[in-house]
Design a protein around this ligand. Structure first.
Ligand code: ARG
Length: 413
């Protein structure tokens, strides 16, 4: 019987060297390369196809853009960012892993392989989906302790079809939701990146634009009055936001294994949608809902970062998020200016807002008059005042104890 292994294949250096290694070092008869489309640029598919052809590799391309776009919009409902990063790579990995597993099952593969190193997050995200299936999981780069230098030499020796690497030798990961640039000179946290690392975003200029986002139960459904499917909606906002330099993040990121890494991201659509969504929640959710939801949102982002989107906790978090989103329907106007996106207008039929109540120009609201607040004001801070009074009394007692001579000092007995 032939042994077959399905490899997550991009046509880059790591996954290219994995092809002969899976045969030679792991004894597989056949390797199948799987490239999953989560919105990478066209050139990446061309590179994958060309490299696969040169390697004589059976190559499958799976379109998972729609599923990925949905996952991104679920993240918007949870206002999800990890330390400021809107999770593009993180949310894509479980979808890629699942698509590869499906190909492996259809093609009768016994094993699944990826080209991730032992230092990053992606190995954990892939394997979280793959382990627990009946397939063997193989990570040649990690298991054989490969370095980039070794891979380049190996590829050279065997005449493997690898290109010189990315521009500036940065490691780049692009999908619908974000473009990440890391490595090489960017590894020095003090190094100020040149404009050249950016591809999606223009250098922010003087120009200002308003963009109107319509939400239905927490999901963005239209831009400037035009109804759009998730993929198109995200693509359009990447363009509009990118033209205004919106959505650049330069950060130190705490990876799952504890290593800090310097990351640069571009994510115009994510920034606009997150700003708009939060702007709408400010209008339609109660203060208590918003405060509690922010802890749920943080946990959602953490699990999203870890790639544990199938965790039962995630189902529970999603149930809460969805319950809160029933009223998150309305329209938000976002201003794009100087590389920033700000919510500058919002309207909703579910607004928890009374202009009459909040206005400086009215005296009473229904049967509540302004001076009804006097009683509330008297009680406000009651416990804090009491606690401080008790503490002050104790201090005074102690001070008195120290200054007064002890009674026994009188030498009376
Ligand atoms: N640090 C990010 C994450 O773990 C993105 C990594 C992207 N990879 C890359 N080679 N640029 O989600």
């Amino acid at each position: 019987m032939t042994n077959r292994v399905a490899l997550a294949f991009s046509g880059g250096l790591d996954t290219t060297v994995c092809v002969p290694l899976l045969e030679e070092e792991y004894g597989y008869d056949e390797v199948i390369g799987v490239t999953v489309d989560v919105g990478q640029p066209e050139a990446e598919f061309e590179e994958a196809a060309e490299t696969a052809a040169a390697l004589d590799l059976e190559h499958h391309v799976v379109d998972a853009k729609a599923a990925f776009a949905e996952a991104c919009l679920d993240a918007v409902k949870a206002n999800a960012t990890y330390q400021g990063y809107p999770l593009g790579t993180a949310l894509a990995r479980p979808i890629i892993a699942k698509a590869i597993l499906e190909v492996a099952e259809a093609e009768g593969c016994d094993a699944l392989a990826h080209g991730c190193t032992g230092k990053g997050n992606d190995q954990l995200r892939f394997e979280a989906v793959w382990r627990g299936t009946d397939k063997e999981v193989i990570a040649p780069v990690r298991e054989l302790g490969l370095t980039r230098e070794w891979e380049i030499e190996y590829a050279d020796d065997r005449d493997l079809p690898v290109e010189g690497g990315n521009e500036g030798d940065w490691s780049i990961d692009t999908n619908l939701w974000s473009r990440s640039v890391e490595g090489a000179d960017l590894e020095d946290p003090s190094y100020v990146p040149p404009e050249g690392i950016y591809e999606w975003t223009e250098k922010p200029g003087e120009e200002t634009t308003l963009v109107e986002i319509e939400f239905d139960e927490g999901l963005p459904v239209a831009v400037d009055g035009e109804a759009l499917e998730p993929v198109e909606l995200i693509e359009l906002l990447n363009e509009i936001g990118g033209a205004h330099g919106v959505g650049r993040t330069d950060m130190m990121e705490d990876r799952m294994l504890g290593l800090k890494v310097r990351e640069n991201y571009e994510h115009p659509a994510a920034t606009i949608l997150l700003v708009a969504h939060e702007g709408l929640e400010q209008l339609v959710l109660t203060a208590e809902e918003r405060r509690f939801k922010s802890t749920i949102d943080d946990e959602w982002a953490q699990k999203g970062y870890e790639g544990l989107v199938f965790h039962p906790l995630m189902d529970a978090l999603n149930a809460f998020v969805d319950a809160t989103q029933e009223r998150v329907t309305g329209t938000v106007t976002v201003k794009l200016e100087g590389g920033q996106a700000r919510a500058v207008g919002r309207e909703s039929a579910s607004a928890v807002y009374s202009e009459a109540a909040a206005s400086f120009d009215t005296e009473s609201v229904g049967d509540i008059a302004q001076d009804d607040a006097t009683g509330v004001a008297k009680y406000h801070g009651f416990q804090a005042r009491l606690a401080n009074t008790v503490a002050a009394d104790e201090e005074e007692d102690e001070a008195n104890d120290e200054s007064e001579p002890l009674v026994t000092d009188g030498g009376e007995d």
